[in-house]
Design a protein around this ligand. Structure first.
Ligand SMILES: C[S@@+](CC[C@H](N)C(=O)[O-])C[C@H]1O[C@@H](n2cnc3c(N)ncnc32)[C@H](O)[C@@H]1O
Ligand code: SF4
Length: 372
């Protein structure tokens, strides 16, 4: 038995509306349930307290839209969560008022991740976002005024109708407000969704340009002095997202809330995404309905490789023993896509641009290869 997870994720699923492209566990509105849900989260925390280390390093409140949760309930939750060196809250720009920013700061939040997505009114409309570019900037400065010195911006690229010039302009706008951290995700459009149905042709026409867009993102942000420390993440020195870094480094974490995933001591469990089932189970004093899966060491090592190679630091070879195909490794090194450094394995810049294709090629054949 280990001494418990040092990283805590808390899922707050409520949103003002559902953006067309979003595939996260979210619920629209439900103001009448926010209090009961926060009560259930705290009950789940009490039940799982043993899975958590005495000293917690990071807490991450993700969504949904955590800042859409009724402010009194959000404050009650923050007050009762364990203290941590890094406490991040995801926020949607239109929800960030000076009052909310001050409340978050007073409640011990150290970092805010702001979902900007784009600075173009046209592209924000395609994404069905509520916030306009001015809301993004106002939210950012409200957070600065409240004393936040660690703010991250989320951007999405590959939005239907987004030209390379549009992307360059989004990056320039983001750099201009000087966040400490940026996450830039390629838009994922799930087949069969309303969004993909509406924009399928444009998405198809743009697909080939995505490699070039990714390079534009990396070259622009690195050129502006950000460290490309993870496939989709960039930071000022020392400003990595410590919570997410723990996932990529294969650390244990406890997740609370509907749809939340936990990985502790070789066991993974995922709470079902039903609000009613979650509230009822915890009100009755039991654990919420969930799927539990033991993680055999071979799967853990493959996950470690898959996630670790997203980083610009080497994955220790001792941690991925048996997961790497030795002949593929020689091939990838010869092609200049991967290298060994200080007892670890890391992708070269060229390898990182090719991304998961190189990682999958490096993995030893096994039945589990296709399930990760
Ligand atoms: C949990 S989500 C949402 C956080 C917050 N509610 C918001 O919308 O800004 C965190 C981030 O994932 C990214 N994201 C969500 N759906 C995506 C998709 N389909 N493709 C790419 N990125 C996505 C967005 O950048 C978003 O800010
Ligand atoms: S606000 Fe964020 S979490 Fe909610 S639907 Fe939109 S993208 Fe998804």
């Amino acid at each position: 038995m280990s001494s418990g997870a040092r990283h805590l994720y808390v899922h707050l699923p409520f949103c003002a509306h559902r953006c067309g492209y979003c595939d996260f566990v979210t619920l629209v509105g439900r103001g009448g349930s926010h209090g009961a849900y926060v009560g259930a989260l705290l009950a789940e925390l009490a039940l799982e307290r043993e899975a958590l280390a005495r000293d917690v390093e990071t807490v991450f409140l993700g969504g949904g839209t955590p800042t859409f949760t009724q402010p009194a309930e959000l404050a009650r939750l923050l007050e009762r969560l364990p203290p941590a060196e890094e406490v991040t809250v995801e926020a949607n720009p239109e929800t960030v008022t000076p009052t909310l920013a001050s409340m978050l700061r007073a409640a011990g939040v150290t970092r805010v991740s702001l979902g900007a997505q784009s600075f173009s009114p046209r592209l924000l409309a395609v994404l069905e976002r509520r916030a306009g570019p001015d809301d993004v900037r106002s939210a950012f400065y409200h957070l600065r005024d409240a004393g936040f010195d660690n703010i991250s911006l989320d951007l999405i690229y590959g939005i239907p109708g987004q030209s390379a010039a549009d992307l360059a302009s989004d990056l320039a706008e983001a750099i201009a407000i000087a966040p400490e951290h940026l996450s830039c995700y390629e838009l994922e459009a799930k087949p069969g969704t309303r969004f993909t149905f509406a924009h399928g042709n444009e998405l198809e026409a743009q697909a080939e340009a995505m490699e070039r867009y990714f390079e534009l993102v990396v070259e622009t942000l690195v050129g502006a002095g950000y460290r490309w420390y993870e496939t989709a993440n960039f930071c000022r020195p020392g400003r990595q997202a410590r919570h997410n870094l723990a996932y990529w480094r294969g650390r244990d974490y406890l997740g609370l809330g509907i749809g939340a995933v936990s990985t502790v001591d070789g066991l993974r469990w995922r709470n079902r995404p039903s609000l009613a089932g979650y509230l009822a189970a915890l009100a009755a004093g039991g654990r919420p309905p969930r799927e539990v899966e033991p993680l055999v060491p071979a799967v853990q090592r493959r996950e470690r490789l898959l996630l670790g190679l997203r980083l610009d630091e080497p994955v220790p070879l001792t941690g991925v023993d048996g997961a790497v195909d030795p002949s593929a490794l020689v091939r990838m090194q010869r092609l200049g896509l991967a290298e060994q450094r200080g007892g670890g394995l890391v992708l070269t810049k060229r390898g990182r641009f090719l991304g998961s294709g190189v990682t999958v090629a490096l993995m030893a054949e096994s039945p589990a290869k296709s399930t990760i």
